[in-house]
Design a protein around this ligand. Structure first.
Ligand SMILES: CC(C)(COP(=O)(O)OP(=O)(O)OC[C@H]1O[C@@H](n2cnc3c(N)ncnc32)[C@H](O)[C@@H]1O)[C@@H](O)C(=O)NCCC(=O)NCCS
Ligand SMILES: Nc1ncnc2c1ncn2[C@@H]1O[C@H](COP(=O)(O)OP(=O)(O)OP(=O)(O)O)[C@@H](O)[C@H]1O
Length: 199
């Protein structure tokens, strides 16, 4: 089984690419989705997060208040590091489990969609690293537009990740997502041809 590791910066277009890959029949292991599941109130991890960050990260319903936790960690590098240390084992276990299930099911090509692929060192667990790239000014503009947040808040989120230029330099394949969607999809088709021919 060949594993495509799909990453990029926040709002550079990973979801746009992974949706298209899914349409082309490639199973997606979605790290963002897994990160949402492992903090459900029935799991111990949420209690650990509350012990670290306080009950202000909970909604009245007892669920994680994502906005509140985001405001803490994307404004404070040390807090983000603590969050990553707490969440990493549960996310990693779920990712590896899903990949194993897909391997056992005989899937020839799968995609791990992980915004923090490099930050969390998943590049070692995949066969082909793909970075969805847009220049930093386009990244900022798309993030502000999509999430309806201020330029200052968007800049902080971007700065909490390895820069998109750095990620681009570490890719096996770069998808330039600065043009229209048709141009992006053509590059994904070319990527699939390459991955299909990997031995
Ligand atoms: C802090 C949280 C609660 C904020 O939630 P919120 O709904 O506002 O954002 P969401 O989860 O949709 O993330 C949006 C984007 O932020 C970026 N981001 C998320 N977590 C991180 C992180 N640990 N480091 C750097 N960037 C991150 C990604 O580009 C992601 O796609 C959430 O991002 C979180 O739980 N993060 C830690 C888990 C994690 O590392 N997720 C990445 C999957 S490998
Ligand atoms: N080629 C494109 N042209 C114009 N807008 C685009 C293009 N590709 C994506 N977008 C828009 O840019 C925004 C970011 O894209 P997307 O949500 O796919 O990014 P992402 O990398 O998955 O983000 P995150 O890291 O937050 O999960 C979205 O609003 C999306 O509609």
């Amino acid at each position: 089984m060949k594993i495509i590791g799909l990453t990029g910066g926040i709002a550079t277009g990973k979801s746009t690419v992974s949706k298209y890959l899914a349409q082309r029949g490639i199973p997606i292991v979605d790290a963002d989705l897994i990160a949402r599941e492992v903090v459900r109130p029935e799991y111990a991890l949420l209690t650990e997060l509350v012990a670290q960050f306080g009950s202000k990260i909970l909604l009245p319903s007892g669920q994680l208040n994502r906005k509140a936790l985001g405001e803490i960690v994307f404004n404070d590098a040390a807090a983000l590091k603590k969050l990553n240390v707490l969440m990493d084992p549960a996310i990693r276990t779920a990712i590896l489990q899903q990949l194993e299930q897909l391997r056992a099911a005989g899937q020839p090509i799968v995609c791990l969609d992980a915004p923090t692929l490099f930050e969390a060192h998943y590049q070692k667990s995949v066969d082909y690293v793909v970075v969805v790239y847009v220049a930093p000014d386009i990244q900022l503009a798309r993030l502000v537009l999509r999430d309806k947040i201020s330029v200052a808040a968007a800049t902080k989120r971007i700065q909490s990740q390895i820069s998109i230029e750095d990620k681009r330099n570490r890719a096996d394949y770069v998808i330039d997502n600065q043009g229209d969607l048709a141009q992006t999809y053509r590059q994904v088709d070319e990527l699939l041809t390459i991955v299909n021919s990997l031995s």
